[in-house]
Ligand binder design. Structure first.
Ligand code: HEM
Ligand SMILES: [Cu+2]
Length: 562
């Protein structure tokens, strides 16, 4: 009998690691949906500059159909796909385990199926309910069923990662989970707890109602369940970016993780306190007592702490790397960072954006200041420099090594990749100035203001000429940035040649600390325990409110306003 030696062939990139292929499919599918969503953005930015070009867009029945596409595809669909790709692949590689590939492909196709159902409803103009789908706005049942399948598939991916990790723990008794896997698993635990609200809202209330099985729903209860998930979902978007900042940026900068225990502590804190804070989106909602609003406001400030830990610790890792290369002075060391590397620079620009976004978030979360900015253009100004840049630009930066790593193809035109990152960053900064400013002048969000009669639009415009111009210009800058970025992605994927052996590796960083001996780290490795504690905190912060609403509902029939 002869034994064959196995050499991976150059053109078959996935022989040794079939999980690379699923990671590629998840991330690229997400990017394609993002492209469609992002193309609506400049139209909206022009609207906020008082310029209406919707009449030239025959495929959009209304501003709100476009805005639904934009919000749903960017915030819900792109993020979920991309995160499922990276947070399945990266922990599997870190633990040196292979996911069950049949199951993993099943989750991918289930997700596609869900998104197609929702797309049928939105594209047919039967669900222009925006990405928050607040009742009594009533969309087509396919929209809610599709959304439920999207969330369900993401939970199955999370479950698979937790299952892999549990198997690893059994096989490695007494060992501490490697840090990247730890952060990924903690994120999935957080998402499982966080998604409960939207799952209950959609499955128990909205689907039966949209199908006509129940005549009415309670809008306040639905909103509360929505925001139960709707705030921590931002951590579901952000934590994968933090994984990259903590675990990959130090290596990409040429150094090591300065404080690994701090990284673990930050993720443990996110698991504990990111969920019971959703009421800060409902400060203006009647029917919820101020006491509960204040409690959740305080918890919101608590969850800012791990983000600050992250800022200091990631900055310290970069400084360490720069000083290793001879960087000197209070700020002079920054010059030694690899600014010509698109992956690194995109992510650092994303971090800078998050500093501003986080600061604005503190204003949103303060009950008294919230009344000033609530439902104004300030709010989209805020979340385009958080999810729209901190997360999105980090993911763009990751693709600059990830796509070559997964496919064995060279990054197409790194200079264009670098330029696209700067253009996105600058575009979003200008956008943020314009929109925050418009918001402070009282211009509402989600308003087709460019279609107002001239006298009414002028009432806004006479005070807001500068911010409106900035917003419009930013939309054009962002359009250019998006074209550049997608040229890089398409150029990379469409090359015929692969060089699998010389493809970049996952930039796992080494750590300066030996964590095996640390009791605190050993304690934090009990993620099931932290999950249970988080659950109890959530019950305390939400149980009484939800119970009050469920036992005394205010039912309202559905409406279609489009
Ligand atoms: C070309 C880049 C982009 C531009 C010019 C843009 C522009 C805008 C504008 C002007 C609005 C406000 C619309 C209104 O309130 O009526 C908006 C809303 C929104 N954007 Fe973007 N955006 C872009 C990219 C993104 C990205 C990358 C994300 C997330 C990953 C995102 C997520 C959202 C969400 C969730 C909304 C809220 C929709 C709603 O209120 O229902 N956007 N965008
Ligand atoms: Cu929030």
């Amino acid at each position: 009998m002869t034994t064959k030696t196995f050499t991976p062939s150059q053109d078959k990139a996935y022989d040794t690691h079939p999980e690379k292929k699923i990671a590629l499919y998840y991330t690229v599918t997400g990017l394609i949906f993002l492209l469609v969503g992002v193309l609506m953005g400049p139209l909206q930015a022009l609207n906020y500059a008082g310029i209406d070009i919707y009449k030239y867009m025959p495929f959009l029945k209304s501003y709100y159909q476009g805005l639904t596409l934009h919000g749903v595809l960017n915030a819900l669909v792109f993020t979920t796909y991309f995160i499922c790709g990276i947070l399945l692949y990266i922990p599997a590689r870190d633990l040196k385990l292979r996911p069950n590939m049949t199951f993993a492909w099943f989750t991918y196709w289930l997700m596609n199926f869900g998104v197609v159902l929702a797309a049928i409803a939105i594209l047919g103009n039967n669900a222009s309910v925006l990405y928050t789908f607040y009742p009594p706005l009533k969309g087509h049942p396919l929209f809610y069923i599709g959304a439920a399948l999207l969330v369900a598939s993401s939970l199955l991916v999370g479950g698979q990662v937790i299952y892999m990790w549990t198997g690893w723990k059994k096989a490695n008794p007494g060992k501490i989970t490697p840090v990247t896997a730890y952060m990924s698993v903690a994120t999935w635990f957080m998402w499982i707890l966080a998604s409960l609200g939207i799952v209950v809202e959609v499955v128990f209330y909205l689907i039966p109602w949209a199908l006509g099985w129940t005549p009415a729903v309670d809008p306040l209860l639905a909103r509360t369940l929505f925001w139960y998930t709707g705030h921590p979902i931002v951590y579901f978007w952000l934590l994968p970016a933090y994984v990259s900042w903590y675990a990959f940026i130090p290596k990409q900068a040429g150094g090591k993780i300065v404080s690994e225990p701090l990284a673990r502590l930050a993720f443990a804190m996110f698991l504990l306190v990111s969920v019971p804070v959703g009421l800060h989106h409902q400060f203006t909602d009647p029917g919820i007592s101020n006491t509960w609003k204040l409690i959740q406001m305080s918890l919101t400030f608590a969850v800012a702490v791990p983000s600050m830990l992250t800022a200091f610790s990631v900055a310290a890792s970069m400084e360490y790397a720069a000083r290793l290369k001879g960087g000197k002075g209070l700020t002079g060391w920054m010059g030694k960072l690899p600014w010509n590397e698109p992956s690194f620079t995109a992510q650092v620009l994303a971090m800078v954006s998050f500093i501003f976004g986080g600061a604005g978030g503190i204003a949103n979360a303060s009950m008294s200041l919230n009344y000033v900015v609530h439902n104004t253009a300030w709010i989209p100004g805020h979340f385009h420099i958080t999810v729209g840049t901190a997360t999105t630009l980090t993911f763009f930066g990751m693709t600059f090594w990830l796509l070559p790593h997964l496919t064995g193809k060279k990054l197409f035109n790194p200079r264009l990749a670098l330029a696209s990152s700067w253009w996105w960053f600058v575009g979003m900064m200008v956008f943020a100035v314009g929109m925050h400013w418009e918001g402070l002048l009282g211009i509402p969000r989600r308003a087709h203001i460019a279609a107002l009669p001239k006298e009414l639009l002028d009432q806004y415009a006479q005070n807001a000429q500068i911010p409106m111009a900035l917003t419009g210009i930013s939309g054009m800058i962002l359009l250019v940035a998006a074209i550049m970025y997608y040229t890089v992605v398409a150029g990379t994927l469409m090359q015929g040649k692969r060089d699998v052996q010389n493809a970049p590796e996952i930039p796992f960083s080494e750590s300066l600390t030996n964590v095996e001996t640390r009791k605190s780290v050993r304690f934090l490795d009990n993620l099931w325990l932290l999950f249970a504690v988080a659950f109890v905190i959530v019950l305390g912060a939400y149980g009484p409110i939800l119970w009050g609403m469920i036992s005394d509902p205010n039912l309202v029939p559905g409406m279609r306003l489009w």
